[in-house]
Design a protein. Sequence first.
Length: 301
Amino acid sequence: MRDPGGLYDVSVDAASVPAGLHLVAGLTGFSDAGSAVSQLSEYLLETLDVREIAQFDADALLDYRARRPTMYFDQDHLTDYKPAKLSLYLADDELGQPFLFLTGFEPDFQWERFTRAVVQLVERYDVRDTTWVHAIPMPTPHTRPIGVTVSGNRRELIDAMSIWRPHTQVPTNALHLLEYRLAELGHPTAGFVLLIPHYLADTEYPLAAVSALESISAATGLIFPTDRLREENREFIQKVDDQVGQNAELQRLVGTLEERHDSYMEENRLPSPLVDSDGEVPHGDAIAAELERFLAERRED
């Protein structure tokens, strides 16, 4: 087998990267419903303090004929060539907590070698856990919260957040394979698939990016600024509601989806974080003790 290390160049010495960080991943290419992953990546790279620490070889991983980069033709010459990138970044969240962020195009070629390369980086930087996000279109209404399907080996996240747990074959993406290989090694990993209203799948749906950030926060404790995205979503939803209000057929569609969604959620309730295993609300002393334990762990980290 060819050395996976040949797929990437490291620009920062491992000693300068803190050990035990969370790894967050989101790759664009296959079924990015609501532009969830592309919005997430652009937003984090724009709003957070980031530093590239490794870059993958696009010539080895990308099918340029399937996903051609663009250039600007300025009357008689070409300018502004922006090649596709797949990189690992060191970033800080809103509270200054560092984490690793893998983002860029999904590889078209050499998935197994790419996966071994990422596993190599996970071991190189002693990554604590890996969280990745993806988005698919589903027959759900925009008037209800975006649901998620959670995969991986972090049972607490699956039990608390996964609202759709099908038995089915799915078209695989590169991060599915990465999750599978990391789970084989016993590395803590969680994948969040966002269930985006199918009629908004081809749009830039700001709430999709917010839901992606919230999923990552639930898995890692990282905190991200979302005010701008939430404001953009209010404006976006107002336009959607205006269009629905002017079209009787769309109103019937959304109403039918609401009925189906509510019926499904009634039959598949998620456990509330406010109750214990017996369905009882914990006593105030128990809540205070749990809070003290959590804060103590954060101080140790």
